[in-house]
Ligand binder design. Structure first.
Ligand SMILES: C[S@@+](CC[C@H](N)C(=O)[O-])C[C@H]1O[C@@H](n2cnc3c(N)ncnc32)[C@H](O)[C@@H]1O
Length: 226
């Protein structure tokens, strides 16, 4: 596998790019919320991913890892080595801080890259997982093709968004709504954009036939099998 592994010293503090999460202040703001209000969801979602895909060993890739909370939770609950991919160097810098704090530098490896052009060889990743990132992908079908390309034969991708379960979702919405209506409005807008119909169309365009869509209290997820 040829991945661009990132160490703390490699990552510029501010990187101008088209990525929404390129501004250090905004990115720290996202992490502040992810590390506090959202923090209970990551172990729950990690458990769901591992249970539903039955992938607990080998190599995983977290597409759009952000501050790497889900990567960390997956690594803690499995024997997987996790490549934590993100196109924002600023986000990866924060991810690296969490990985070091969690003493997981041997298990979770930050990788700078775009999901539309994943820096991994064909057929090398047993599990691709991703939460809350596909709303930002410019060409979903292209990202799906890339994810499918890097999967091993028998590999599984678990891509989508959610808050773990109904109770956690209600708690998060309650806390976030105290800050204003932007969060709930944003969630509604993103869910409407990536509707099941659109995801089916994009999967079809990507030529991916073997998949399931999960819509339940865990959120909305596309599970692709190779
Ligand atoms: C809302 S955050 C979610 C972060 C994390 N998965 C979580 O659930 O906490 C979305 C992340 O996707 C990343 N992202 C957006 N577009 C991307 C792309 N094309 N390739 C890789 N990462 C991308 C952003 O930089 C950001 O870190």
């Amino acid at each position: 596998m040829h991945t661009q592994e990132v160490t703390n010293s490699d990552i510029p503090v501010i990187q101008k790019s088209g990525n929404h999460f390129s501004n250090e202040q905004e990115t720290r703001g996202f992490d502040m919320i992810a590390s506090t209000i959202f923090s209970p969801i990551y172990p729950v979602i990690a458990g769901q991913i591992l249970e539903r895909t039955e992938k607990r060993t080998g190599v995983a890739l977290d597409a759009g890892t952000g501050p790497a909370h889900l990567s960390v939770a997956v690594a803690k609950q499995s024997e997987l080595k996790v490549f934590a991919l993100d196109s924002s160097p600023t986000m990866l810098k924060i991810a690296w801080e969490h990985i070091v704090t969690e003493d997981l530098v041997q298990r979770v490896v930050p990788v700078l890259g775009d999901v539309h052009s994943i820096p991994c060889e064909d057929g090398t990743i047993d599990l691709v997982f991703s939460r809350g990132s596909w709303f930002f992908w410019e060409e979903l079908y292209q990202a799906f093709q890339e994810i499918y390309r890097v999967l091993t034969p028998g590999g599984i991708a678990y891509i989508g968004g959610g808050f773990g379960n109904q109770k956690l979702k209600a708690e998060i919405f309650h806390k976030m709504n105290d800050k204003g209506p932007e969060f709930e409005n944003g969630v509604k807008e993103r869910l409407a954009r990536n509707s099941p119909e659109r995801i089916r169309t994009e999967l079809d365009k990507a030529g991916i036939r073997s998949y399931d869509l999960i819509q339940d209290e865990s959120g909305f997820w596309a599970v692709m099998k190779k």
